[in-house]
Design a protein around this ligand. Structure first.
Ligand code: TRP
Length: 339
């Protein structure tokens, strides 16, 4: 596994992505992104990280950080990322991320970081905790990406601005010294299924809405999943047809189509003449069946903490070796004495 990834073949492009261990991943996260990650290793040389260092810019309890991190790591493997074919690791286990972040801070302009939309939004949301880490967040993200000489960064729309900043930092550094970093490209997956809340189908299904009946979590029990779907809001009209004035039914049809890998039109045809209660039950059952193997694989991993730690160590070792090469170059180019 290590040799395969380190001597990445010339024709395979490198993909790097990371996901923060905040909140609880939802069916929306699964259908919109996570379900595709496992299959990417055929075409790309993939590195996936649990961005735990990024999770502390917003106040989080130690036990939550710990549990969320383990859960997300196990979940990445459970959704299909094979640690034999990909590098999967915890960001904080590879010190190079924090180190390169410090170095890159000196090639990042205060003005460009201040313009980041996410920083402005999070500052407004928590005016009592506008810490420097929150401000520095995109620079750490740039370090994540640049350490691995990444070609492609799959991200949500909201993170494209951060990838753009990363490119600016890379270009500035490369121009100041000599080519050091590969220029990464942010890629938003083609409009996959956009999944909305089951209780408010005009709002995104959020991974931080724990306790919210509107969000189905990947790790919910089958009973909970069924209950949430049965209580999903619909509307007064009784036809199972997608339309802009029926956001509840449209959302459920989108979910069903994404779960079964069919078009919305095919889903509509399947439920022609069906009543809402039966329809919602069928969508719930499809979700339960689709998530069952993920949950089973996850449970098996979480029952064996030793195995989980082993996988974390193996991933971090491989990542650290790749990252060290870039970091060493950076130190040298800046003029640090190396012995
Ligand atoms: N900031 C990203 C998010 O909130 C997570 C992330 C951290 C990331 N480092 C990254 C994504 C590097 C892509 C590449 O979703």
């Amino acid at each position: 596994m290590e040799t395969m990834t380190e001597n990445k073949s010339e024709n395979k492009k490198r993909v790097f992505s990371a996901i923060k261990p905040t909140g609880n991943p939802t069916l929306g996260n699964y259908l919109g992104a996570m379900q595709y990650w496992g299959g990417m290793s055929d075409e790309y040389d993939c590195i996936f990280s649990v961005a735990d260092l990024h999770a502390i810019t917003v106040a989080i309890e130690p036990k939550d950080l710990r549990e969320n991190s383990k859960r997300l790591f196990a979940l990445l493997i459970a959704v299909g990322i094979d640690p034999e074919k990909n590098v999967v690791f915890m960001q904080s286990h590879v010190r190079a991320h924090s180190e390169l972040c410090w170095l890159l801070n000196n090639y990042t302009m205060f003005g460009e970081a201040r313009r980041m939309t996410q920083f402005k939004e999070k500052s407004e949301k928590a005016p009592e905790n506008i810490n420097v880490g929150l401000f520095d967040y995109p620079v750490l993200m740039a370090a994540d990406i640049l350490l691995y000489q990444t070609d492609i960064v799959p991200v949500g729309e909201d993170q494209l601005q951060h990838v753009e900043l990363c490119r600016n930092i890379a270009e500035r550094f490369n121009n100041r010294y000599s080519p050091t970093f590969k220029m990464p490209e942010g890629k938003v997956p083609k409009a996959g299924a956009r999944i909305y809340s089951l209780t408010d189908p005009t709002a995104k299904m959020g991974k931080s809405d724990s306790g919210d009946a509107g969000a189905v979590f990947i790790l919910d029990t089958p009973e909970t999943i069924m209950r949430k779907f049965k209580r999903a809001v619909t509307d007064s009209d009784a036809a199972v047809k997608a339309s802009p004035d029926k956001p509840g039914i449209t959302n459920l049809l989108n979910i069903y189509a994404a779960l079964c890998g069919i078009t919305v039109a095919a889903a509509e045809a399947e439920f022609d003449g069906c009543d809402y209660a039966t329809f919602k039950t069928r969508v719930g059952e499809a979700a339960v069946e689709r998530l069952r193997p993920v949950r089973e694989k996850y449970d098996a991993l979480r029952r064996d903490d030793g195995r989980l730690s082993e996988l974390m160590r193996a991933g971090a070792d491989t990542a650290a070796r790749i990252a060290a090469r870039t970091l060493e170059k950076v130190y040298k180019k800046i003029g640090f004495v190396r012995t």
